[in-house]
Design a protein around this ligand. Structure first.
Ligand code: NAI
Ligand code: MG
Length: 359
């Protein structure tokens, strides 16, 4: 298989974890005779330093021509808003919007060797295997007007807008994913208060008729946030709008222990997607070989699965990560008493060794 992959390392630990991800993909392409070509683009603070813009035209063009995009992370104190009018985050928001990446997927799995790294009890988290599907290009984050008004700017307005087609496409995606998993879809809204949520619920109920093999339930967002830490194993796929999804996915991320472990995918209807770890640029540890590369590496597995249909190869990466964790290797962000603490490059090498041994 021949694929063009856009590589956007970004800022802080972004380039360190990206380097690991590319090496892992090279190991996979060697084992399976795939041709992956990697082309680098600037985004975020690195792009601002280079040309004053967080998302240069050349990067956007590269992403448009590629089969999939890998992103490290953007941002850092160097480009904070007091010293810069343009922010690195605008690069990422712009990219998602420009490419129409409307569905953000965040799987949350309890890794047996990391169970004690979580602040939650073992019994609560040991069977967790859930997927949050968050709508990414609509809702409060993009609604207009968004402004301050009045003589003394004493009034503020944000607007929550959804078109029915925006709800349909993300809900449809969530049903398809649920069908391939355990067949349970929880739609999260605030239908007792918000009109947009009532429309959301109508769309879910309508689309549900096409998927009789998926069990659907509706949950109010306040209740869902409570259930997520009370009985998280009840969830299979959760689908929700932008703001609720942002908050719930951060909450869910803590079930597994470290931000550094978590991958994500942002998709549209064709197979093109953007794959990035959930964590940020971690400026406090950048350049010190301390970053956990597993969130980025697991994001490449999502890319193989969702964009390229290479389920077997994706599984081999996930298995390799499990093997390395089972052997006790971990980076310093995982609060584990036992095992062997290693740096970023050693962790990457362990994963590559495990991939090669599996062949
Ligand atoms: P962060 O995720 O960068 O870091 C939070 C804490 O977790 C830090 O103590 C960091 O050292 C640790 N951490 C994060 N990822 C890690 C990894 N892979 N290995 C080991 N430790 C890890 O979030 P924070 O500090 O709020 O933001 C830092 C910068 O990143 C900000 O400029 C923020 O805007 C940006 N950011 C970018 C995101 C993106 O590009 N998607 C997402 C979140 C934040
Ligand atoms: Mg967030």
């Amino acid at each position: 298989m021949n694929k063009r992959i856009a590589v956007l390392p970004g800022d802080g630990i972004g380039p360190e974890v990206m380097n690991g991800a590319v090496r892992v993909l090279q190991a996979i392409s060697d084992c399976f005779d795939h041709e992956f070509s990697f082309e680098e683009g600037l985004i975020g603070g690195a792009a601002i330093d280079d040309c004053g813009q967080p998302l240069p035209e050349s990067t956007l063009a590269l992403c448009r021509e590629s089969d999939a995009i890998l992103l490290g992370a953007v941002g850092g104190p160097k480009w904070d808003s007091t010293s810069h009018a343009v922010r690195p985050e605008q690069g990422l928001l712009g990219l998602r919007k420009e490419l129409g990446l409307f569905a953000n997927l965040r799987p949350v799995t309890a890794y047996e060797p990391l169970i004690h790294a979580s602040t939650l009890k073992k019994e609560v988290i040991e069977n967790v295997d859930l997927l949050i599907v968050r709508e990414l290009t609509g809702g409060l984050y993009f609604g207009k007007p968004s402004e301050r008004r009045g003589e003394n700017k004493e009034l503020v307005v944000d607007t929550l807008v959804y078109n029915v087609y925006e709800i349909e496409r993300v809900v449809e995606k969530a049903f398809q994913l649920a069908q391939k998993r355990r067949g349970i879809l929880t739609s999260v809204d605030k239908a007792n208060v918000l009109e947009s949520s009532r429309m959301w619920r109508e769309v879910v109920n309508r689309i549900a008729k096409k998927y009789p093999d998926v069990t659907v339930n509706h949950m109010l967002v306040d209740s869902a946030s409570m259930q997520l830490i009370y009985r998280p194993e009840q969830f299979d796929v959760i689908v929700t709008e932008n703001l609720f999804g942002d908050i719930l996915s951060d909450e869910a991320s803590m079930i597994t222990g470290s931000l550094g472990m978590l991958p994500s995918a942002s998709l549209r209807s064709d197979l093109v997607g953007l794959y990035e770890p959930v964590h940020g640029s971690a400026p406090d540890i950048a350049g010190e070989n301390l970053a956990n590369p597993l969130g980025m590496i697991l994001s490449t597995a999502l890319m193989l699965k969702f964009s390229f249909g290479l389920d077997k190869e994706a599984h081999i990466i996930e298995e390799a990560v499990m093997k390395v964790l089972n052997e006790g290797y971990h980076t310093g962000d995982l609060n584990l008493q036992h095992g062997k603490q290693v740096g970023t490059t050693e962790m990457v090498q362990k994963v590559i060794d495990a991939i090669n041994e599996n062949q």
